[in-house]
Ligand binder design. Structure first.
Ligand code: NAP
Length: 204
C-alpha cells in the first residue's frame, strides 16, 4: 500500500518540508489557512510532487506533518474529528513563554498536549530539532547524512516516520517514548531541550 503524506502549514518550515518531498520525488499535499490557490506559486516552484490542498483534504493523508505554531494546533486540528489510523508528525516547538507555561502547568510536554488534540492518531515528534535554514541542507554532503530525531509512544509510527526520513535523505535516530528519549526534543523548564537546535550528522 502506498503511504500518502501531507504538510499543514506553508510557512518557512512547511515550505522546506515540501521541498524535501519534491527533492525525493514523493507526492505531498500542502495546506495553509488561506486555501490551495495561495499555494499555486509554491507548487509551480517546487514541481508536480507538491500538491496544494485544503486543510480538510490534507488531513486525509496517512502521515500528516503539523507545521503550524504550537498555539495554532488546537484550532487547526479541530477541522477533523476522527484521527484513527493517522500518523501526525509534530514539528512544533513551544518555545514562547506563554506556550511553555501552558504545557508545564499541566506537567505535560507540548507534544503530549498536541496528542490530546488528535486523540486516536499516533503522534510522532520529529523534524523539529533543526532550525529551518539547516533542515535538509546536509544530505548533499558526501558520505554523511543529517540526523533527524524521531520519538513517539507508538513504535510502529516511529518506524514509519524513520523510514520516510531515510527516503527524504536523512539519517533517522529513534529515541523511544516522548517522555523518555524524546523529552530533550521539547522545551523543558523554559529552555530548549538538549537535542533542540543540534545539527548532527551520521556517516552514511
Ligand atoms: N522556524 C524554525 O526554524 C523552526 C524549526 C523547527 C520547528 N519549527 C516549528 O514549526 C512550526 C512552523 O514554524 P514556521 O516558522 O514555519 O511558522 P510560520 O512561518 O508562522 O507558518 C505557520 C503556518 O501555519 C499556517 N496556519 C496557521 N493557522 C492555521 C490554520 N488554522 N489552518 C491552516 N494553516 C494554519 C499558516 O498559514 P498561512 O500561511 O495561511 O498564514 C502558516 O503557513 C512552529 O511550531 C515552529 O515552532 C520552527
Amino acid at each position: 500500500m502506498n503511504i500518502t503524506y501531507s504538510v499543514v502549514g506553508s510557512g518557512s518550515v512547511g515550505k522546506t518540508l515540501a521541498s524535501l518531498f519534491a527533492r525525493a520525488g514523493l507526492d505531498v499535499l500542502i495546506a495553509n489557512s488561506r486555501g490551495p490557490e495561495s499555494l499555486s506559486a509554491l507548487a509551480a516552484e517546487l514541481g508536480r510532487h507538491v500538491i496544494p490542498a485544503t486543510v480538510e483534504r490534507a488531513f486525509e493523508a496517512d502521515v500528516i506533518f503539523l507545521a503550524v505554531g504550537f498555539a495554532q494546533v488546537k484550532a487547526v486540528t479541530a477541522k477533523r474529528l476522527d484521527w484513527t489510523n493517522k500518523i501526525v508528525v509534530d514539528v512544533t516547538n513551544a518555545l514562547q513563554p506563554a506556550e511553555v507555561r501552558e504545557a508545564e502547568s499541566r506537567g505535560l510536554l507540548s507534544s503530549e498536549i498536541n496528542a490530546e488534540f488528535v486523540s486516536g492518531a499516533k503522534l510522532v515528534k520529529a523534524f523539529n530539532h533543526l532550525p529551518v535554514r539547516q533542515l535538509g541542507t546536509n544530505p548533499s554532503m558526501d558520505g554523511q547524512r543529517q540526523v533527524v530525531f524521531v520519538s513517539s509512544n507508538h513504535a510502529d509510527a516511529s518506524a514509519t516516520v524513520a523510514a520516510l526520513a531515510t527516503q527524504l535523505g536523512f539519517a533517522p535516530v529513534e529515541l523511544g517514548r516522548l517522555d523518555e528519549g524524546g523529552a530533550p526534543l521539547h522545551a523543558l523548564h523554559g529552555k530548549p531541550g538538549g537535542l533542540l537546535f543540534q545539527n548532527l550528522t551520521k556517516l552514511a
